[in-house]
Design a protein around this ligand. Structure first.
Ligand code: SF4
Ligand code: SF4
Length: 378
């Protein structure tokens, strides 16, 4: 959308405020500058070159870009898209991103990851029994299991359990010895030119390794490869699937089997495995599998397309972690089970942080880690 069309869209807002009550950053802060409607007003100032205050700048960067508000706007305004394009404008005006974003982006450029991980420890998740035989890029396969920064460094069992499933199902795939960051963080921070450069470099790596299919564990990587790379990378022709779609295929073709664990769980849909994706959603596969592997799958009151963000999307934890904790706590209050399962390692990481900060007794698991416990012996 060009600037005039964006401004026109912003000005079509009739101030009905129906987007406000669904926005969790507004719900937990009660600060209008941290609401969809308030952020649109800040975007208007950015697009008309009016000066904005520090609080308004904070309002833009505390949006999780979850996209929930878009569903409730009677004027059909793509509010989250406008908030994101305002971030790109702020970069153009040298007013953004914030210092914390620049620090993390520097880490991505220097160490290929967004979580301050030591690149030499990137493969620490690789199960010992497979390590000796892993030949990485040399394996004959056009399918790459791409783990991403969160799975590789922060929720390592999401990487190892996913790898284990593919091995158990005799799936032909490879992993990279030196994996790059997908670049979604940089995109969310509004640095579009750098994003395009990183996307292009990553596409070159995939081409060099004859990759035609990507399997990912992270909602952010899925969103990037599914919805952003096709838009920004010329010639992009790589299919992407979430690991849970592959496990569902393995189970349906009888290559793996589950036993029922006598445990009730609650499943949380990450916004980046559903609402944020272009032309697809991954709602059925996790539920089909979890129903086989648990005694009962509980739902949050809002789920699937209306799922709440876990509170960590779009780098908000670095900007104001108290908002992430409050959003997570609000979700915990309606969860009746001890175990919460998610298909995104960032949600798992944030919920564990909330659990620790609020001294709750929840157990938060990445979906393949839970399913692995229910896998019938090989
Ligand atoms: S995208 Fe999500 S966090 Fe941002 S304004 Fe909309 S509902 Fe609020
Ligand atoms: S729902 Fe749409 S029209 Fe109503 S206040 Fe929000 S952005 Fe404006």
């Amino acid at each position: 959308m060009d600037d005039n069309s964006t401004l026109e869209k912003i000005e079509s807002c009739v101030d009905c405020k129906s987007c406000m009550e669904v926005c969790d950053t507004y719900n937990v802060t009660q600060n209008e500058l941290q609401s969809p409607n308030g952020r649109l007003k800040i975007a208007h100032k950015i697009y008309t070159n009016e000066e904005i205050s520090q609080e308004e700048l904070q309002g833009i960067y505390t949006c999780t870009l979850c996209g929930l508000c878009n569903l409730f706007c009677e004027q059909n305004i793509d509010i989250s898209e406008i908030i994101h394009s305002s971030k790109i404008k702020l970069v153009d005006k040298s007013l953004g991103p914030l210092e914390i974003h620049n620090k993390i982006i520097k880490g991505i450029e220097e160490s290929d990851n967004s979580v301050n991980g030591n690149p030499n420890e990137r493969l620490d998740w690789l199960p010992k029994n497979y390590r000796e035989n892993e030949i990485f890029e040399k394996r004959e396969s056009d399918t790459l299991l791409f783990l991403g920064c969160m799975s590789s460094f922060r929720v390592k069992e999401s990487a190892s359990a996913s790898y284990e499933f593919l091995k158990t199902g005799n799936y032909n795939f490879k992993i990279l010895e030196k994996e790059p960051c997908c670049g979604e963080y940089i995109y969310s921070a509004g640095k579009l030119e750098l994003t395009k450069q990183i996307f292009k470099e990553n596409f070159e790596i995939f081409k060099k390794n004859q990759i035609k299919n990507l399997i990912v564990t992270c909602g952010g990587c899925l969103y990037a490869f599914n919805s952003l790379y096709p838009k920004y990378v010329e010639g992009w022709n790589i299919n992407v699937k979430h690991i849970i779609e592959i496990i569902d295929e393995l189970e349906k073709s009888d290559k793996i089997k589950f036993k029922k664990l006598m445990r009730e769980i609650t499943y949380h849909d990450p916004c980046r495995t559903g609402r944020k994706l272009k032309n697809r959603t991954i709602y059925k596969e996790p539920r089909d599998l979890l129903e086989k592997a648990s005694s009962k799958v509980n739902e949050l009151s809002n789920n699937r397309n209306e799922t709440p963000c876990c509170g960590a999307g779009s780098g908000i934890r670095g900007v104001d972690s108290t908002i992430s904790i409050k959003i997570g706590t609000k979700i915990f209050q309606e969860v009746k089970t001890k175990e919460i399962i998610s298909s995104c390692p960032l949600c798992v990481f944030n919920y564990r942080y909330v659990n620790y900060k609020t001294q709750s007794d929840k157990e938060i698991k990445y979906i393949t880690d839970f399913l692995l416990e229910a896998l019938e012996s090989k």
